[in-house]
Design a protein around this ligand. Structure first.
Ligand SMILES: *[C@@H]1O[C@H](CO)[C@@H](O)[C@H](O)[C@H]1NC(C)=O
Ligand SMILES: *[C@@H]1O[C@H](CO)[C@@H](O)[C@H](O)[C@H]1NC(C)=O
Ligand SMILES: *[C@@H]1O[C@H](CO)[C@@H](O)[C@H](O)[C@H]1NC(C)=O
Ligand SMILES: *[C@@H]1O[C@H](CO)[C@@H](O)[C@H](O)[C@H]1NC(C)=O
Length: 182
């Protein structure tokens, strides 16, 4: 487990492709074909993330469990620890608005896209809060999620490639610390 992380970190440090969000046209970004909500449900651990703004106090042990409400809606049961180590729990409701695309009900102008997932191991997820007039994104959101607290280099690379094809600067991804605490 620890060595998988180490390898992934080395890959991050030396696989420097500094993509720029503002080169990909949002409408051209490839998302997961034939998205299957049922297979996507369940627990995902956050392994890497990048947001359009700086966060000084990142969460640890962040994961969420997706539970179906009906064919177009699901709820995300979020668990994590604040920077000080305090646990938090939060439910967020989502609506599916198209293949691989969903929105937070209470924050509907910030869609999430599943760029790539094999459902069993990893997911690369994308979001854009602000679109430039030329159709590109002004700093995107991106995440790599795993079904486990760690992930193999193979699955990490698949997720990383998906983020790179959406012009996410993967060299700037931040790692979510997953401890052994539940
Ligand atoms: C789109 O516009 C942004 C902001 O003006 C700019 O930084 C970016 O280079 C442009 N991208 C393309 C592909 O023209
Ligand atoms: C699915 O659930 C949502 C949220 O509870 C509700 O607004 C929507 O009408 C439901 N859709 C169907 C098809 O039942
Ligand atoms: C998930 O990863 C395991 C281990 O590498 C592999 O055997 C399995 O086929 C993967 N699942 C899918 C759906 O690709
Ligand atoms: C993930 O963890 C589960 C149980 O903890 C294990 O059965 C499975 O093999 C693991 N999958 C991978 C890809 O490591």
């Amino acid at each position: 487990m620890a060595s998988a992380f180490a390898v992934a970190l080395v890959a991050l440090q030396f696989g420097l492709t500094t993509a720029n969000d503002a080169t990909c046209i949002l409408d051209d970004i490839q998302v997961q074909d034939n998205f299957d909500l049922k297979k996507y449900l369940g627990k995902w651990y956050e392994i890497y993330w990048i947001l359009p703004f700086d966060i000084n106090d990142p969460f640890t042990d962040y994961n969420h469990v997706y539970e179906e409400v009906n064919s177009t809606h699901f709820v995300s049961h979020i668990t994590g620890r604040s920077y000080e180590g305090k646990c938090f729990y939060n439910d967020v409701h989502f609506e599916i608005i198209g293949n691989s695309k969903f929105i937070k009900i209470e924050d509907s102008d910030k869609p999430f896209w599943v760029l790539k997932t094999d459902y069993d191991n990893y997911s690369a997820t994308y979001g854009c809060d602000e679109k430039f007039e030329n159709g590109t994104c002004n700093k995107a959101r991106g995440w790599i999620w795993s079904r486990n607290k760690s992930m193999s280099l193979e699955h990490f690379n698949q997720a990383k490639n998906a983020l790179e094809s959406a012009c996410i600067p993967t060299s700037e991804l931040l790692k979510t610390k997953q401890t052994n605490r539940e």
